[in-house]
Design a protein around this ligand. Sequence first.
Ligand code: SAH
Ligand code: SF4
Ligand code: F3S
Length: 460
Amino acid sequence: MSEPRLVFIKTYGCQMNVYDSDRMADILAAEGYSTAERPEDADLVLLNTCHIREKAAEKVYSEIGRLRALKKSARTDGRDMRIAVAGCVAQAEGEEILKRAPAVDVVVGPQSYHRLPALLARGARAVETEFPAESKFDHLPERGTAAPGPTRVLPLQPVSAFLTVQEGCDKFCTFCVVPYTRGAEVSRPVARIVEEAEALAARGVKDIMLLGQNVNAYHGEGPDGETWSLAKLLTRLSQIDAIARLRYTTSHPRDMSDDLIAAHRDLDKVMPYLHLPVQSGSDRVLAAMNRKHDRAFYLQLVERLRAARPDLALSGDFIVGFPGETDEDFDHTMQLIEKVRYASAFSFKYSPRPGTPAAEREQVPDVVKAERLTRLQALIAEQQRDFNAGMRGLTTDVLLEKPGKHPGQLVGKSPWLQAVQVDAPRALLGEIVTVTITGIGTHSLYGALADGNAHERAIA
Ligand code: SAH
Ligand code: SF4
Ligand code: F3S
């Protein structure tokens, strides 16, 4: 191993990028890197980027601009600072990044980051964006080997973790870059996922969010040689004692199979939360988006899910101002939201992405998009408030994850993925406790430990 070095990683985009950043930190740890708190201390700055909307992609170039100055002053101090760009912008733009940003040394795509050490070792500027035949997962070191840097206080041992089980997408929605940046759908074998979950459990993790761009299309090789569905995988993961909570994201309505709906009814550890993007409530727009489902299909699916799990918290994604979206189409979206009643949702103005079919179509003016987004977000905010308000007085389990806003408080997660601020002693960090919800805030709920909790044992 070579002399100790520091890497600073900045992550943009989705949860899978967060997972990938951790894995890249593990890979670099094996090369002698520990993590830096600030880019100015780092020998290597790694940007893990997102290409989903124009704004996300542009951010990367302004960040590289800032880093260029740091790189220059490092050189004046006789130090070498290298800059690597990973993630979906790296995949989409490849060589272009080296041309446009001379400060960048290495560009590596999301399916080839296991090659990062080799690329860095080359010394020269390098790009790796081929989708390799081998799976990166077969080349990653054990999880959690990344060491915090010398200036860093040891982080709290996390009790929640992401775990990628499926990657890529074959759906080709006409607005979306993901099938191009992440490639075709690939599912990891069950045995590898179970291994990773068991290792997480051994390190104190109790809550796992399974990740995939199309996670419910999971079809991995089972230990019996059969192809396993996500429902079957969830059943297997439920058998790991120390894992108390399971969720998965993101799901496509088309892949919400009967056995997965049943899993929400039958498996206690599968939490009553589901992110199920619909994008639009207009059949005309859904068809133009190539979503492969219509409004009636989605609404029926929601009914079936609620029949299986009446308290399910539904979350969604919406795009407003998709090319050709009329006022009437938009009204259909608002009506769908009224019908479904979401616990939360993400919503975006349509952003034309190079290389995707919808980018070539006639665009909706930005003022119209902005006005629709404001109305949609107001409706979602109202539904979110209602959903949260319904929790008042309820006694439920909360997984305490971090110190809270105020001394004497810890923040945890409810089964419905709400943040809950609880007055609780620090000794309870990492525990699942019973809490009575006493107050409803904008961004979190407030709660008090219910009687007979583990806290009495903890303080005793
Ligand atoms: N796999 C997920 C989506 C991943 S992208 C799924 O199928 O739902 C996350 C969200 O970004 C999408 O659900 C969509 O709402 C939004 N999005 C994707 N491309 C977009 C674009 N070109 N403009 C605006 N929003 C977009
Ligand atoms: Fe993108 Fe559609 Fe695939 Fe989701 S299902 S990742 S929105 S192409
Ligand atoms: Fe962005 Fe790539 Fe995730 S484009 S949303 S980082 S899959």
